[in-house]
Ligand binder design. Structure first.
Ligand SMILES: Cc1cc2nc3c(=O)[nH]c(=O)nc-3n(C[C@H](O)[C@H](O)[C@H](O)COP(=O)(O)OP(=O)(O)OC[C@H]3O[C@@H](n4cnc5c(N)ncnc54)[C@H](O)[C@@H]3O)c2cc1C
Length: 499
């Protein structure tokens, strides 16, 4: 097999790199450890239900969004409609006996008046909050030229684009969600905002971007779900002449004279190419596939100290009940708290997918309940598979019991139960500690740049969520696009794209 480029991993970053490589006349092959495309961007079928393990919102789903042009190039949304939610999330605050419901409307006018109903005394800050969202609703996340190739003209253009946002950027970039929430005097608003993403130390500006995309309806859910989305990009890659080898876990990246020259699979097979791209987990790429030979103090510090998106425990249930009249995503108080992984949980986050008929048989609903879990807890348990399985089932029972207290009779209506622990995410994608999105977007990582190359290694590049703090599907795709533009530039080729 002759290859110009070998790509490790068929997640969105690997697939996008492959598509743009093919568009630019490179002959590329992706090696993927699993039997399906998409990596984290996936779904799975169980007993007539489709469990969507990824997309909540996809930036660029709407043709109004600047990012949509990249999805067009990748054929990622061809023939698909997207669903835009009127409500981002609904959070019960206070206590079970004295609760209030904080509805995070996508529309800022509705959000503004709802927040003022909860807390007239916070009117001034509420106006500031919703006008910030309004302002950032028109913010476009990507510039066509990769940052690495920007010339003075591009910087001037970027500065001009950024100028209207700079004052707010400077004011808020160092704040976490929890920092900002503390500005409200009303305890319900404080609690609701702090827990809006269940990640209080997430960048506040990151949240504003998200709410802005909801308000401008630029980020929806593509009907059919995550795996279908990934398969359309896989299809685009194959139709451009790219090749994918599934069930091909890469064990080593082969190097000679400080140049990457190929890969060795776990089964011993070796493949060679002019350029090797890793679109796989960053830690295993650097410290295992390359044996830690091409790192630096900065890289080591990043991998030792930066926080990750904490992994999830995901319980999916198929129920013979129509949930379409309920809020699609709600965090509800429990009458009595439950103990899970040794911690008290007084609330339960529940999501249904009734907005997409592909997810459940007619009249039935797919429900997902997830919480932030502890990787080490499961890792330890997994040393005794029996204990691990028993704990998984015990937690599922506990959560179903809690659900029954909220929706009496639901237990009898369950047709399908599926559980995924942080180890499931790790086993499926090899992502470090089962993280679902790589580096957490904090005030520190908001402006952090991570290089796509490693010290002392030529013809090798990294792409995807491990070089794009904050992760996400659009970043993964853009990271692949940028990388091929960089490679074209190095090869003195004009980077071209097709639709
Ligand atoms: C529950 C959940 C919800 C999410 N919600 C959203 C959302 O609403 N919006 C959004 O934008 N993003 C969301 N994300 C995040 C998003 O899915 C990821 O950030 C993005 O898909 C990462 O893409 P990637 O290609 O960089 O990495 P990955 O998807 O991790 O792809 C890496 C690929 O490399 C393969 N691989 C790893 N090691 C090897 C090896 N040794 N040999 C061969 N192959 C290997 C893996 O199997 C995988 O296919 C969510 C993720 C999850 C799990």
């Amino acid at each position: 097999m002759s290859n110009d480029i070998i790509i490790i991993g068929s997640g969105i970053a690997g697939l996008a790199s492959g598509c743009y490589a093919q568009m630019n006349g490179y002959n590329s092959t992706i090696f993927e450890q699993h039997s399906l495309p998409g990596g984290l961007c996936t779904s799975w079928d169980r007993k007539g239900y489709t469990i969507d393990g990824c997309i909540h919102w996809l930036v660029g789903s709407s043709p109004e969004s600047g990012f949509n042009k990249y999805w067009k190039e990748l054929h990622a949304l061809n023939g698909v409609t997207s669903v835009y939610h009127d409500i981002f999330t609904t959070i019960e605050t206070g206590t079970f006996k004295d609760k209030k419901t904080f509805i995070v409307y996508a529309d800022t006018a509705k959000l503004n008046s709802h927040m003022k109903e909860i807390s007239p005394e916070d009117s001034t800050e509420i106006d500031i909050f919703t006008s910030l969202i309004d302002k950032f609703s028109s913010f476009e996340m990507a510039t066509d030229t990769p940052p690495e190739l920007m010339k003075i003209g591009d910087f001037i253009k970027m500065i001009k684009t950024m100028k209207p946002y700079m004052k707010e950027f400077r004011m808020y970039r160092k704040l976490t969600i929890a920092d900002y929430a503390s500005k409200f005097t009303n305890p319900h608003l404080r609690e609701g905002l702090t827990n809006i993403l269940n990640m209080p130390n997430f960048s506040f500006l990151g949240l504003i971007f998200m709410l802005g995309w909801q308000n401008s309806r630029k980020a929806g859910f593509p009907v059919g779900g995550s795996l279908e989305f990934s398969k359309r990009i896989e299809n685009r890659f194959l139709s451009l002449g790219g090749k994918i080898k599934y069930k091909s876990p890469v064990q080593k990246i082969l190097t000679k004279n400080n140049q990457a020259i190929g890969i060795k699979l776990e089964n011993g097979e070796q493949y060679y190419a002019d350029i090797i791209i890793s679109a796989a987990d960053g830690y295993s790429t650097i410290y295992s596939m390359l044996s830690g030979k091409h790192t630096s103090k900065k890289i080591d510090r990043i991998y030792k100290t930066l926080p990750l998106f904490k992994p999830l425990f995901l319980l999916s249930i198929g129920v013979k009940r129509d949930f379409s009249s309920h809020p699609c995503m709600v965090i509800k108080h429990l009458q009595s708290p439950v103990i899970i992984e040794g911690e008290k949980h007084a609330k339960l986050g529940i999501k249904h997918y009734c907005f997409d008929p592909a997810m459940a048989p007619e009249g039935s609903s797919l429900l997902e309940i997830y919480y932030t879990s502890d990787y080490d807890y499961w890792k330890k348990l997994s040393q005794t598979p029996d204990l691990y399985n028993r704990e998984k089932n015990k937690i599922a029972d506990t959560l179903i019991g809690a659900l029954e207290s909220l929706y009496p009779g639901i237990k009898q209506e369950i047709e399908m139960i599926d559980t995924a622990t942080p180890l499931t995410f790790e086993r499926y994608t090899s992502n470090r500690k089962g993280t679902f999105e790589g580096w957490l977007l904090t005030p520190k990582t908001l402006t952090l740049k991570i290089k796509k190359t490693l010290p002392g290694l030529k013809n090798f590049y990294m792409t995807g969520q491990w070089v794009q703090p904050g992760g996400g599907i659009p970043s993964a795709a853009k990271s692949g696009r940028d990388l091929i533009a960089i490679i074209c530039h190095k090869d003195k080729k004009v980077f071209t794209t097709t639709n």
